[in-house]
Design a protein around this ligand. Structure first.
Ligand code: ZN
Ligand code: FE
Ligand code: FE
Ligand code: FE
Length: 187
């Protein structure tokens, strides 16, 4: 049976019924849990990638930044589990295709620049795309938690958001100093 046939034969409430049974806040709550399942998977993907990025980095400063964000990321995974528990929800995992794509591109950049004096600059560029994606995801989750009145969830999400923003800023600082100086010196 193909998908559209399946869909047309599934008993689905009419729009009028569904808006009676499923309020806007229920729908937003489901969306919130979906987004949480996505970011949970995204963080887990990042857990596997960060050690490779740390290993590849030329400067000690960048390697340490990746290593310390790896530790933070472990905490962020735990924080999502804690958050779901507090909300009395079972945490689901949904493959984050965006993180998968960002990390694939990062690996490609790493391969292309393995012997380049600008390797660290390339690594930082890839890492900042990841951090910005996370900031966008947690920004959305914070806004929805607020709208839904999930105060405990909001506080935990905000903690992670602060770490992502700090990680991004740290990468900017490293990019402005170490990586770029190295790139210039070795020209
Ligand atoms: Zn809710
Ligand atoms: Fe994260
Ligand atoms: Fe995603
Ligand atoms: Fe991060």
């Amino acid at each position: 049976m193909n998908k559209s046939a399946n869909r047309s034969t599934t008993a689905k409430p009419s729009k009028a019924q569904s808006s009676e049974n499923r309020t806007a806040s229920t729908a937003l709550h489901e969306l919130f849990l979906d987004e949480l399942a996505d970011v949970y998977n995204a963080e887990k993907q990042l857990l596997k990638a960060l050690p490779k990025m740390a290993k590849a980095a030329n400067s000690d400063e960048l390697r340490q930044a990746f290593e310390s964000h790896l530790q933070e990321t472990e905490g962020q995974v735990g924080r999502i589990e804690e958050l779901a528990q507090k909300m009395d929800e079972s945490i689901k995992e949904k493959k984050c295709k965006a993180m998968e794509g960002l990390l694939k591109e990062g690996e490609e950049i790493l391969e292309e620049n393995e012997d380049s004096p600008a390797l660290d600059a390339a690594l930082i560029a890839a890492a900042q795309k990841v951090e910005h994606y996370e900031i966008a995801s947690y920004g959305t989750l914070c806004a929805w938690a607020k709208l839904l009145g999930h105060q405990d969830a909001l506080e935990l999400l905000q903690e992670t958001m602060d770490e992502e923003e700090a990680a991004d800023k740290k990468l900017t600082t490293i990019a402005e100093t170490v990586a770029n100086v190295e790139a210039q010196e070795q020209e």
